[in-house]
Design a protein around this ligand. Structure first.
Ligand code: NAD
Ligand code: TYD
Length: 367
């Protein structure tokens, strides 16, 4: 039986991981530590609320004393560290929060883990600190460059990726210097349920449903490798169960796609869904698809993001050979499923977009 501390478990990937883990590891305890920033949403954790093995603590990873007390009192043996500021555009406008949470916060967690797991209070036979990072630390690829491997030199280009790179180095250093049992995963762009509608996939879906413009930065030819969030959770599970301590594993989706192509695919999915189900026209009357027009008419090319990385691609050979891991969800099927999730969960994204989910949180949770 494991006792997990999941940081950032109220965010997009963290909440999907909590559901994934509780579904498959019925005897494990999962405690989420989350500061509930704009990206943290307790509605994401609603399905876990009644599970006796689930608990939430509202707090900041930068609070070392709080983290130490959780590790000590809950006898945590595994940390899965998702908590971060995660949006590149926000890091360009305001980098400070990224340094604070991603660098200082990760260091606070490492210090607490070292103290409780390796210091004089040491009680557990075994422990693991798994750090969730990104392929963006490797920089930008040209069209014909080989995909990122675990030994590709770091070359981060945005304040977000630079802060994640710094945190990766700290995790590595705590293994080499102090013997902390760490693993790190660097994954590609995730998509799936509970994705905050500021990122490309959920923003495009929601804007199609609302009949709003679909902003494409620059020429739209930037390439990302799309990974379904469930595949990402399986990859982390494989690392926790079979990964070697001190190692880094890349997790990719084998789903390279240009942004403009991705948005076209989502537009086509919308057109098909609306053509097949007349009730959608009443649910989303402002969508072009409800009026017999093509969703792609909403595409709008806008000014490029400063320093916009051209291409990311993951070589996942190490995860495949060492862990027996490969992504299962094909991009076309995954995009259809996630589009359908947003169609059926309008109350979730409407509340996120107008901020009223915070009232919902206050009503449902006394904090
Ligand atoms: P997210 O922005 O949806 O969620 C982040 C969560 O962390 C939120 O619940 C937020 O409240 C919490 N948080 C932020 N600051 C905190 C603090 N100081 N203390 C405690 N909690 C805090 O992010 P996500 O998309 O779920 O990403 C999760 C992790 O995966 C991040 O580390 C990110 O860098 C990494 N990652 C994400 C992607 C992606 O495509 N989304 C790709 C690669 C790597
Ligand atoms: P995003 O979802 O922000 O993830 P990341 O920047 O971490 O890769 O963006 C994915 C790609 O989509 C990226 O190349 C930027 C682009 N993009 C747009 O073209 N329009 C948008 O409105 C957004 C949010 C992103």
């Amino acid at each position: 039986m494991r006792r997990l501390l999941v940081t950032g478990g109220a965010g997009f990937i963290g909440s999907n991981f909590v559901h994934y883990w509780l579904d498959r590891h019925a005897n494990d305890r999962v405690l989420v530590l989350d500061a509930l920033t704009y990206a943290g949403n307790l509605a994401n954790l609603e399905p876990a609320k009644t599970n006796a093995n689930f608990r939430l603590v509202h707090g900041d990873i930068c609070n070392g004393e709080l983290v130490e007390s959780i590790l000590r009192e809950q006898a945590i043996d595994t940390i899965v560290h998702f908590a971060a500021e995660s949006h590149v555009d926000r890091s360009i406008v305001g980098p400070d929060a990224f340094i604070q949470t991603n660098v200082v916060g990760t260091h606070a967690l490492l210090k607490a883990a070292r103290k409780i797991w390796l210091g004089s209070e040491k009680q557990l036979q075994t422990h693991r600190f798994h750090h969730v990072s990104t392929d963006e630390v490797y920089g930008s690829l040209g069209p014909n460059d080989p995909a990122f491997t675990e030994t590709t030199p770091y070359s981060p280009n945005s304040p977000y990726s630079a802060s994640k790179a710094a945190s990766d180095h700290l995790v590595r250093a705590y293994h080499h210097t102090y013997g902390l049992n760490v693993t790190t995963s660097n994954c590609s762009n995730n998509y799936g349920p509970y994705h905050f509608p500021e990122k490309l996939v959920p923003l495009t879906i929601v804007n199609i449903l609302l009949g709003k413009p679909l902003p494409i930065y620059g020429d739209g030819r930037n390439v990302r490798d799309w990974l379904h969030v469930t595949d990402h959770c399986r990859g982390i599970e494989a690392i926790l169960e079979r990964g070697r301590v001190g190692e880094v594993y890349n997790i990719g989706g084998s789903g390279e796609c240009e942004n403009i192509d991705l948005v076209h695919r989502l537009c086509e999915i919308a057109d098909h869904l609306f053509a097949a189900d007349a009730s959608l026209r009443h649910m989303y009357p402002s969508s072009p698809a409800a009026q017999g027009r093509a969703s792609k008419d909403l595409i709008s090319f806008v000014k490029d993001r400063p320093g916009h990385d051209r291409r990311y691609a993951i070589n996942a050979m190490k995860s495949r050979t060492e862990l027996g891991y490969a992504a299962k969800v094909q991009l076309s099927a995954g995009l259809r499923d996630v589009f359908t999730w947003y169609v059926n969960n309008a109350s979730w994204w409407r509340a996120v977009m107008d901020g009223s989910y915070r009232e919902w949180v206050r009503e449902h949770y006394s904090m």
